[in-house]
Design a binder for this molecule. Structure first.
Ligand SMILES: Cc1cn([C@H]2C[C@H](O)[C@@H](COP(=O)(O)OP(=O)(O)OP(=O)(O)O)O2)c(=O)[nH]c1=O
Length: 195
C-alpha cells in the first residue's frame, strides 16, 4: 500500500515544536514566521485572544503565499480567567509557576488554516486541562533556571521533564505543546478538499 505524501505547507510560526510536529506528520514544511505583535491585541478573554492572534499571524503570511496552504497557531495558558502568555523575565516565570502550582489549569491553542486558492479559511481552538503536582519553591526555581521558559506560555513546557511539573492531563497532549494534531488534520483535510 502506498502512502500519499501530503502537500507542502507554509508554517507562519517561529515555534520549533510546531515545525517538528508538522514534519513528523509528514508535511513538507516551509517556515515563514509572522511579524505580528501579539502585544498589540487588547483582548483579555483567553480563547478570543488566542483565536485573534492565530488568525492575525496566519493572515499576515498567507498574503505572501497566495498559492499555498498557510497554518498558524497561538498557545495561551488560563487559570481562573487569568490569561498567562509568555513571561517577560525570570521573576515573572517564577510567579506564573507559583500560580499554577498544585492546581489544574487550561491550555488553549488556537489554529488558523488559509487556502487562498479556494478562498477558504478556518480558525478554531482546542483546550486541554493540565494538572501540576505540588512543587516546592526550590523545584520551581530549579525548573526556571534549567529551562529558561521565556518562550513558553505559562512559563513551562510539559515536554521539559528534568523537573517534572505535570501529574495529569485531560485532552490532547500535542495541544499543550502548541499544535493540536488531530484538530489540525481534520480541518486541513476539509479546507484542502472542499470545492
Ligand atoms: C504550555 C506550553 C507551551 N509551549 C509553547 C508552545 C508555543 O511555542 C509557545 C507559546 O507561544 P506562541 O505565541 O503560541 O508561539 P511562538 O511565539 O512560539 O511562535 P509564533 O508566535 O511565531 O507562532 O509555548 C510548549 O512548548 N509547551 C508547553 O507545555
Amino acid at each position: 500500500m502506498s502512502v500519499e505524501k501530503p502537500p507542502a505547507i507554509v508554517l507562519a510560526s517561529a515555534s520549533p515544536r510546531r515545525r517538528e510536529i508538522l514534519i513528523t506528520m509528514g508535511f513538507d514544511v516551509r517556515v515563514f514566521p509572522s511579524g505580528f505583535q501579539e502585544e498589540s491585541l487588547e483582548e483579555t478573554d483567553p480563547v478570543r485572544f488566542a483565536m485573534a492572534a492565530a488568525h492575525a499571524k496566519g493572515k499576515d503570511v498567507s498574503h505572501r503565499f497566495p498559492g499555498e496552504i498557510t497554518v498558524s497557531a497561538d498557545t495561551v495558558v488560563t487559570y481562573k480567567g487569568l490569561l498567562l502568555g509568555k513571561p517577560v523575565n525570570r521573576d515573572e516565570a517564577i510567579r506564573m509557576l507559583k500560580i499554577l502550582n498544585g492546581k489544574t489549569h487550561t491550555v488553549i491553542t488556537a489554529l488558523s488554516i488559509f487556502n487562498p486558492q479556494k478562498e477558504r479559511e478556518y480558525t478554531g481552538y482546542e483546550a486541554t486541562d493540565v494538572t501540576f503536582r505540588l512543587l516546592t519553591e526550590e523545584e520551581i526555581i530549579r525548573y526556571v533556571d534549567i529551562h529558561t521558559p521565556l518562550d513558553k506560555a505559562g512559563a513551562y513546557g510539559i515536554q521539559d521533564i528534568s523537573v517534572p511539573l505535570v501529574s495529569r492531563i485531560d485532552g490532547c497532549y500535542f495541544n499543550v505543546v502548541g499544535f493540536p494534531v488531530s484538530h489540525f488534520y481534520i480541518h486541513w483535510r476539509e479546507i484542502t478538499t472542499a470545492e
